[in-house]
Ligand binder design. Structure first.
Ligand SMILES: [Mn+2]
Length: 245
């Protein structure tokens, strides 16, 4: 399992930012947050859907997100350990980062007693999505990506992701209504707790939810403006607010 034996004092978890334009305040605030980790006992986990679309390793995405790649390089030079758990908007990233700088993880990451996943595998009843996921992460799809320029991949990816998101939004919630998937995520977290994990972090469903002190869903940062921070000193996860957005 990726990451199992990593020792750390501080841990930052980001997901579901759905970044598009580097000119936006959430993008800049995220980059600002990446300036804080500064030693080999710090870990940064990018837990999927950091970008609205980032597929494969084409120069197009690297150029568009040059500021992000610079931030990653700075962290790497400070010996901060970085994991990227792929999401359903950002995948096929195995070759996207300079060697050794970022460890790309397929679906789940275990850091001692901490379990982190994007969360797109929690709802096992969504067979259509699960099949699509398998296809998009296949070797054959990776080969196919090589024939398309990054700009085209972005366009195609956006329309596929939109259709999936739209399906979810069709089930739009009334104020105060509990999302359909919330019990699924909670029982997934409770099962991981029974397996011995102290903390379970999930994203993907954009439901800002927690079962204190062990389960946290990342919510939807463009609306909720938050990420998660852990320190071994407090041995707890706290929600932190993105500044300036
Ligand atoms: Mn997702």
């Amino acid at each position: 399992m990726p990451g199992s034996n990593v020792a750390f004092n501080r841990l930052w978890v980001f997901s579901d930012l759905h970044l598009m334009d580097p000119g936006t305040s959430i993008y800049q605030s995220f980059l600002k947050s990446l300036e804080e980790p500064d030693s080999e006992s710090d870990v940064v986990v990018l837990a999927g859907d950091i970008f609205d679309i980032f597929i494969g390793n084409s120069g197009y995405f690297k150029q568009k997100h040059a500021q992000f790649f610079q931030a990653i390089e700075k962290l790497y030079l400070k010996k901060v350990k970085i994991y990227y758990i792929q999401g359903n908007h950002d995948f096929q990233l195995e070759q996207a980062f300079p060697r050794d700088s970022v460890e790309v993880v397929d679906s789940e990451l275990i850091l001692g007693k901490v379990y982190i996943a994007h969360g797109d595998l929690v709802d096992q009843s969504d067979h259509g999505y699960l099949l699509m996921r398998k296809l998009f992460r296949s070797w054959g799809f990776r080969r196919l990506l090589n024939f398309f320029p990054g700009k085209a991949i972005e366009k195609i990816g956006e329309s596929i992701a939109r259709s999936h998101d739209k399906k979810e939004k069709d089930l739009a919630l009334a104020p105060g209504e509990v999302p359909r998937v919330r019990p699924l995520y909670r029982s997934f977290a409770e099962e991981k707790k029974r397996q011995g994990f102290d903390f379970i972090i999930l994203g993907h469903c954009h439901d800002l939810d927690d079962l204190q002190p062990f389960y946290f869903n990342m919510g939807y940062p463009p609306v909720h403006r938050q990420f998660l921070f852990y320190s071994s000193e407090s041995n707890s996860f706290k929600r932190r607010v993105f500044v300036g957005i």
